[in-house]
Design a protein around this ligand. Structure first.
Ligand code: ATP
Ligand code: MG
Length: 330
C-alpha cells in the first residue's frame, strides 16, 4: 500500500478551508492507503501560542480528525511533538536546505509580515521541518491545499538532493491537491485565503460554528455591487468563493450552481450556501461532542499512535544518521 502523510497546525480551531482543502479528502483515502495524520504542534509554535490554549487545541484537533471520520484504527493519528525523530531529521535537513530557497517561500513572507514582532528562525526553517515530517515515513502522497504546494516542491528538492548525495534514501513525495476547494478564500477579503489564525472571526467559518453563526457569517460575506451569481474569480472573487464552497459540498459543477441561482439575488444564495455548510458539518459536530466526554478513549489513541509513529520514523532516521556519517552506538 502507498503511504500518505499530512498534518494541520493546532494554531486555532480548523476552518471550512482546512476541511474542504484537506480533512474531507483524507477520510476518502483511509481504506486505500496507509495514512499518517499528524497534529503539528511543533510547527504551531513558529507563531506565539498560549501554552494552555495550544494544549487544548492540539487535543481538540485530534478529536476533530476522528469526528470527521478518520478511524484511529486505520490511520496513525498522532502529535508531532511525541515523535522526536521529527526534530532530529529536521535538523539534518536544515543542513541540506539553502537560505535562498527558504527566503522564497511565500508562507514565510506572509507570516513574517503578519508577525513582524516575532520573525524567528523556526518560522524561516518551517519547510525543513515539514520536509522531515513527510520524508520520515517515506510518504508517496501528501494531501494538502494549494497554499502548501510550494513547501511540497521544496520537500521534493531536498529529498532529491539528499538522494543524489548519499544514494537512495527518501521516497520523493507528490502533492495531492483536490480539484475543488483547494483554496477557500476569506469571507471578509476574498483575495486572501481563509486561515484559522485570522483574528477577524467573520473571515472564516470555524468547523464547530453552530448553524446560526454559519448563516450569519455567510450573510455578511463580502461580495460585489452586482446581483448576478456568476463564476468569475478575477472580477467576482467573493461570489466565486461562495460558489466554490457550495460546489465542493454539493458536488455540483460551477455551471450547475450558476443555473440553480439564475435570477436569484445574493441574499437567497448566501443563505443557501450557509445552510449547505451547516448541514455538512452537523454530523462531525455531533461526533465531536460525543468524543469530548470520552477522555480515556482519546488518551488511548494518543499513546498508541505515538508509539506506532515513533517506531516507523526511527527506521528512516537511523538510516539517515548512518548515511551522513554519525557514528553508531557500539
Ligand atoms: P494558519 O493560519 O495557522 O497557518 P491554516 O488555516 O493555514 O492555519 P494549516 O494548519 O497551516 O491551516 O494548514 C492545514 C491544511 O489546510 C493544509 O493542507 C493547508 O494547505 C490547508 N488549507 C489551509 N487553508 C486553506 C484554505 N483556505 N483552503 C483550502 N485548504 C487550506
Ligand atoms: Mg497555514
Amino acid at each position: 500500500k502507498k503511504v500518505i502523510f499530512s498534518g494541520m497546525q493546532p494554531s486555532g480551531i480548523i476552518t471550512l478551508g482546512n476541511y474542504l482543502g484537506a480533512l474531507k479528502n483524507w477520510t476518502n483515502l483511509q481504506d486505500e492507503y496507509n495514512c499518517l495524520y499528524c497534529i503539528v504542534d511543533m510547527h504551531a509554535i513558529t507563531v506565539r501560542q498560549d501554552p494552555a490554549v495550544l494544549r487544548k487545541n492540539a487535543r481538540e484537533l485530534m478529536m476533530l480528525y476522528i469526528a470527521a471520520g478518520l478511524d484511529p484504527e486505520k490511520n496513525i493519528i498522532y502529535m508531532q511533538s511525541h515523535v522526536s525523530a521529527h526534530a532530529e531529521l529536521a535538523w539534518i535537513l536544515n543542513c541540506f536546505t539553502y537560505m535562498g530557497e527558504l527566503s522564497r517561500m511565500t508562507q514565510f513572507k506572509d507570516k513574517s509580515q503578519k508577525h513582524s514582532d516575532n520573525i524567528n528562525a523556526g518560522l524561516f526553517t518551517y519547510p525543513a521541518l515539514m520536509a522531515a515530517d513527510i520524508l520520515l515515513y517515506q510518504a508517496d502522497l501528501v494531501p494538502v491545499g494549494i497554499d502548501q504546494r510550494q513547501h511540497l516542491e521544496l520537500t521534493r528538492d531536498i529529498a532529491i538532493r539528499f538522494n543524489n548525495l548519499y544514494g537512495d534514501t527518501f521516497k520523493v513525495p507528490e502533492a495531492y491537491i483536490p480539484k475543488v476547494g483547494a483554496k477557500i478564500m476569506s469571507l471578509q477579503d476574498p483575495t486572501k485565503k481563509m486561515s484559522k489564525s485570522d483574528t477577524d472571526v467573520n473571515a472564516s467559518i470555524s468547523i464547530i460554528d453552530d448553524t446560526d453563526t454559519i448563516i450569519r457569517k455567510f450573510k455578511r460575506a463580502v461580495t460585489d455591487s452586482e446581483t448576478e451569481v456568476r463564476f468569475d474569480e478575477e472580477n467576482k472573487p467573493g461570489v466565486s468563493n461562495l460558489m466554490t464552497i457550495y460546489g465542493a459540498i454539493t458536488g455540483q459543477t460551477m455551471e450547475q450552481v450558476t443555473n440553480e441561482f439564475a435570477g436569484k439575488g445574493y441574499g437567497d444564495f448566501k443563505v443557501k450556501v450557509g445552510e449547505a455548510v451547516a448541514e455538512e458539518l452537523k454530523p462531525l459536530q455531533n461526533r465531536f461532542k460525543e468524543l469530548s466526554s470520552d477522555k480515556a478513549y482519546i488518551d488511548g489513541v494518543i499513546k498508541k499512535n505515538a508509539e506506532t509513529a515513533s517506531y516507523l520514523a526511527t527506521k528512516t532516521l537511523r538510516k539517515v544518521q548512518k548515511k551522513v556519517g554519525f557514528p553508531p552506538i557500539i
